[in-house]
Design a protein around this ligand. Structure first.
Ligand code: FES
Ligand code: FES
Length: 139
């Protein structure tokens, strides 16, 4: 994808964030931060009845353009593809950087992956709280 288009997509997510806000009925609220700059993202996660899909997920936070746009993009993907928790846990940080545009975010990997990292932490807590393995089966 060309650089200009990739920048437009990023700015669009920053200006019109998808799935941003608190989620009243969340099972897990997971704060994540980038200590280097103080930026924060909190993921609100509600598991589906099968414990392997995601019923709903939102984020709140204050941070740089890349971190906020990246959180919006990853949550949009989770919703649109109805990804399982396991699929999210297997997502690669490198892939995330490619999705956002390597030329644009390669020098800012912590910004690019703050949302995904916090989402993974939220999922791990959800599974740990319920003693579930990665497939959503009780251990
Ligand atoms: Fe939520 Fe596209 S913005 S599914
Ligand atoms: Fe803090 Fe980007 S500068 S997350």
């Amino acid at each position: 994808m060309d650089r200009q288009l990739q920048i437009q997509i990023l700015l669009d997510h920053y200006e019109r964030p998808r799935h941003r806000g608190a989620l009243e009925e969340a099972d897990v609220r997971m704060p994540g931060g980038n200590p280097g700059c103080g930026d924060v993202v909190t993921i609100h996660l509600k598991g589906a009845e099968d414990h392997s899909h995601i019923e709903d997920v939102t984020y709140e936070g204050e941070g740089c353009t890349i971190s906020m746009a990246a959180a919006s993009m990853i949550l949009e993907e989770v919703h649109e593809k109805n990804l399982t928790m396991d699929e999210v846990l297997r997502m690669d940080y490198n892939e995330m950087i490619d999705k956002l545009g390597r030329q644009i975010v390669a020098s800012r990997p912590k910004c690019a992956t703050l949302g995904l990292g916090t989402l993974k932490a939220a999922i791990r807590k959800y599974q740990k709280d319920r003693r579930l393995d990665a497939a959503g089966v009780e251990r």
